[in-house]
Design a protein around this ligand. Structure first.
Ligand SMILES: *[C@@H]1O[C@H](CO)[C@@H](O)[C@H](O)[C@H]1NC(C)=O
Ligand SMILES: *[C@@H]1O[C@H](CO)[C@@H](O)[C@H](O)[C@H]1NC(C)=O
Ligand SMILES: *[C@@H]1O[C@H](CO)[C@@H](O)[C@H](O)[C@H]1NC(C)=O
Ligand SMILES: *[C@@H]1O[C@H](CO)[C@@H](O)[C@H](O)[C@H]1NC(C)=O
Ligand SMILES: *[C@@H]1O[C@H](CO)[C@@H](O)[C@H](O)[C@H]1NC(C)=O
Ligand SMILES: *[C@@H]1O[C@H](CO)[C@@H](O)[C@H](O)[C@H]1NC(C)=O
Ligand SMILES: *[C@@H]1O[C@H](CO)[C@@H](O)[C@H](O)[C@H]1NC(C)=O
Ligand SMILES: *[C@@H]1O[C@H](CO)[C@@H](O)[C@H](O)[C@H]1NC(C)=O
Ligand SMILES: *[C@@H]1O[C@H](CO)[C@@H](O)[C@H](O)[C@H]1NC(C)=O
Length: 446
């Protein structure tokens, strides 16, 4: 899915869209404001997390992690490898609750390198655990082979004391992290960003760190990174706090870390816990989904009113979703902007990582204000659940099952080529990505 989402991410997600409803019919008009962008999204915004939880981690009576942790997942699994390659470059964040209790094995091998052991008296329900340097080597080889872009979450609780009410005292002891970083640099492993801590902002999960102490720890991280990467041109990003947004905490934290942070990260669980019986209803309820917009607005406001922050690592992807179970909609796309079309030509796309080529002819017409999009060929990707079962683990693309074949290869994602003058038909319970190639809207220009 990489190719398709990337295209969407770069251009259409920047556009403000308006849907006009004609209640008399199932026709909808979608106007794209090509003049104003509302957000920018990295072209490689697709991401995943590899967590630390051992198989003994259970929630709501289910032990769901099995051998999926970065300490024990099978890195030779062909399907896993192929999946990451298919998204290349996939951003992978290494982190999660237990990251703050990880000890990185050092070359001296003085201390034993023990795994996490379940113990309900301990913070987060497990003892401290250790990342063997041999596993760090294997992981980095794997990331190099699959073309992943890696962010590593560091153990900010190291050196701190956690009080009974969850608040913490003391500064981050960065010695162990610095050793890991030096080793990483020596081995030429590329780390895209070093992120400090996991879900400790505001009230935190299990434990919390005050904004002022977090700022001090983040400046310490910057010092360590500058020292370790002194002779290296491409510096990794400094990312924090990887926690829940809390306006006063974030405001103070940002005020105290000018010139330190490259990326502000925050976590949202807007759909609630995995055990929620109403999850399907929530996903299908647009007003529920809109609820999280408020958090993003407040975060944006906090960033706007803080000193010198260039960007926030967040984004919006626009796509057509039909959340109705029986009505099909016909959506007409229009653009109310001047836009530049590329020359009439035969164009060959090269799809990276899908190892295939195809040629399409685009007969483009020029321009402008208030007119329907006139490019003749559009690419459409219609996603539905197999047999209409929303809990199915099999997704259909343009009516065909998306499954790996017997060699464990990820299927290529073939669009439908449709006449751009026709409306897009969005079937019940479906998601549609429509890509109109080769034109530039003013809002999308850098
Ligand atoms: C396009 O439409 C939007 C929404 O109606 C409007 O805000 C914007 O000013 C329009 N732009 C142009 C160039 O007409
Ligand atoms: C669990 O941790 C507590 C507190 O650190 C300790 O006293 C206890 O011995 C541990 N239990 C086991 C089974 O290791
Ligand atoms: C937690 O306990 C400490 C020590 O008892 C106290 O100083 C601190 O204010 C408490 N923090 C919160 C958030 O209640
Ligand atoms: C790392 O890269 C440098 C410069 O390219 C090279 O001299 C060195 O041998 C490499 N080290 C390892 C462990 O690959
Ligand atoms: C699920 O939704 C129903 C009806 O909307 C509501 O009565 C119920 O409390 C919800 N359950 C949960 C666990 O949120
Ligand atoms: C933040 O600043 C940008 C750029 O100046 C502006 O477009 C946006 O409306 C501001 N957001 C908020 C929530 O104030
Ligand atoms: C569609 O929704 C209606 C009203 O909520 C319900 O009565 C009907 O059973 C649903 N149909 C399907 C196919 O889920
Ligand atoms: C599996 O799919 C890939 C990619 O589409 C293809 O190159 C390969 O030949 C297929 N293998 C088999 C056994 O069908
Ligand atoms: C595309 O659709 C328009 C409007 O329905 C029609 O006039 C035109 O002939 C179609 N073009 C092609 C190539 O089928």
């Amino acid at each position: 899915m990489g190719y398709l989402l990337i295209e969407m991410g770069v251009c259409l997600s920047m556009l403000l869209m308006m849907i006009c409803v004609d209640s008399q019919s199932n026709e909808r008009s979608l106007w794209i404001d090509g003049e104003h962008k509302i957000a920018e999204t990295d072209s490689d915004f697709i991401c995943a997390t590899m967590d630390w939880w051992p198989p003994e981690k259970c929630d709501y009576g289910v032990c769901s992690w099995d051998h999926s942790s970065l300490l024990n997942v099978d890195l030779n699994n062909k399907i896993f490898k192929n999946a990451i390659k298919a998204f290349s470059p996939l951003k992978i964040r290494l982190g999660g609750t237990l990251q703050d209790d990880v000890i990185y094995q050092t070359q001296n091998h003085q201390e034993p390198c023990n795994p996490f052991i379940k113990n309900t008296s301990e913070l987060f329900g497990f003892t401290k655990g250790c990342l063997p340097s041999s596993r760090w080597d294997e992981l980095n080889t794997f990331f190099q082979e699959t073309g992943a872009v890696v962010t590593f979450g560091l153990n900010v609780l190291m050196g701190k004391t956690v009080l009974a009410n969850g608040s913490t005292v003391g500064a981050w002891d960065s010695t162990n992290a610095q050793t890991l970083m030096r080793y990483t640099v020596q081995k030429n492993y590329t780390i895209y960003g070093w992120e400090l801590g996991n879900e400790l902002s505001g009230n935190g999960i299990g434990a919390s760190v005050s904004a002022s102490q977090y700022a001090i720890d983040t400046m310490n991280l910057q010092t360590v990174v500058h020292r370790v990467y002194k002779d290296i041109e491409a510096k990794p990003l400094i990312i924090a706090p990887g926690g829940f947004f809390n306006p006063s905490w974030f405001k103070e934290f940002l005020a105290k870390t000018p010139e330190t942070l490259n990326v502000i990260s925050h976590h949202i669980y807007n759909l609630g816990a995995g055990v929620d019986q109403n999850l399907t209803e929530k996903i299908l309820d647009p007003s529920y989904l809109d609820g999280v917009a408020d958090t993003f607005k407040k975060l944006e406001l906090t960033i706007n009113t803080s000193a010198s922050y260039a960007s926030a690592w967040k984004g919006i992807t626009v796509l057509l979703m039909n959340l109705d179970n029986s009505t099909s909609f016909d959506v007409k796309l229009s653009v109310n902007s001047t836009w530049r079309l590329h020359k009439h030509r035969s164009h060959t796309h090269r799809h990276h990582h899908h190892h295939r080529h195809h040629t399409t002819k685009h007969a483009h017409e020029t321009k402008t204000g208030g007119k329907r999009i006139r490019i003749r060929t559009r690419q459409e990707y219609h996603l539905t659940a197999k047999d209409g079962n929303l809990h199915s683990q099999v997704m259909m693309l343009n009516g065909k099952e998306l499954t790996i074949n017997e060699s464990g290869d990820i299927p290529s994602l073939e669009p439908l080529y449709t006449n751009s003058s026709e409306p897009i038909t969005v079937a019940p319970y479906s998601i549609v990505f429509a890509h109109i190639p080769h034109f530039t809207l003013r809002a999308c220009k850098r």
